[in-house]
Design a protein around this ligand. Structure first.
Ligand code: SB7
Ligand code: NI
Length: 185
């Protein structure tokens, strides 16, 4: 089980590495990693479990954040229509994206960053992604809104990029031309 102590924080060099492609079939270790990443994101959003284990809530978690620089991450996003979006993405990629950008109106946070960083993080408003599941089956999804934002945040981790790298240093709340904000909740 992944706990807060297993999550590395900014300053750790692994967060700045490009993670390695994962090979199939998954090793037992990689299978366990995939299921533990997903378990963390689900548990961290369950108030009772999160409180019991001291988990900080996160809608996503990438393998390099637990110091395993491999191209996989988990996302778990509870949706209004209670069709939760919950998956592990292995060797993920964006195959196409909108010209239009978006940003979370409240800014982004990160389980590897123990401080508030203010500012808008520009993201593609809509993306089409491809990735593999733990069984080695490729899947394709179209994402928008928070799922699209979160997918890009996680994909960045696999490339050693932190969310604040995208924030304008001089003017963190600078207008992003043509972008509409995404309001969470
Ligand atoms: C806000 C939060 C996240 C993604 C996009 C916007 C996820 C935070 C948890 N993580 O640090 C995952 O890498
Ligand atoms: Ni993060």
């Amino acid at each position: 089980m992944i706990l807060m102590n297993d999550i590395i924080r900014e300053g750790h060099p692994t967060l700045r590495e490009r993670s390695a492609e994962v090979t199939f079939p998954l090793s037992e270790q990689d299978k366990q990693l995939a299921s533990e990443l997903l378990e963390y994101v689900i548990h961290s959003q369950d108030d009772a479990i999160a409180e019991k284990y001291g988990l900080r809530a996160g809608i996503g978690l990438a393998a390099p954040q637990v110091n395993q620089p491999k191209r996989m991450f988990a996302l778990h996003i509870e949706q209004e229509n209670d069709k939760d979006l919950s998956f592990v993405a292995i060797n993920p990629r964006i195959v196409s994206h909108s010209v239009e950008q978006t940003y979370l109106s409240t800014g982004e946070g990160c389980l590897s960053v123990d401080r508030e960083v203010e500012g808008f993080v520009p993201r593609y408003a809509r993306i089409t992604i491809k990735a593999f599941d733990a069984e080695g089956n490729e899947f394709k999804k179209r994402l928008k809104g928070l799922p699209a934002i979160a997918f890009q945040h996680e994909l960045d981790h696999l490339n050693g990029i932190m969310f604040y790298d995208h924030i304008d240093a001089k003017e963190p709340y600078k207008d992003i031309p043509g972008a509409s904000p995404f309001e969470r909740e």
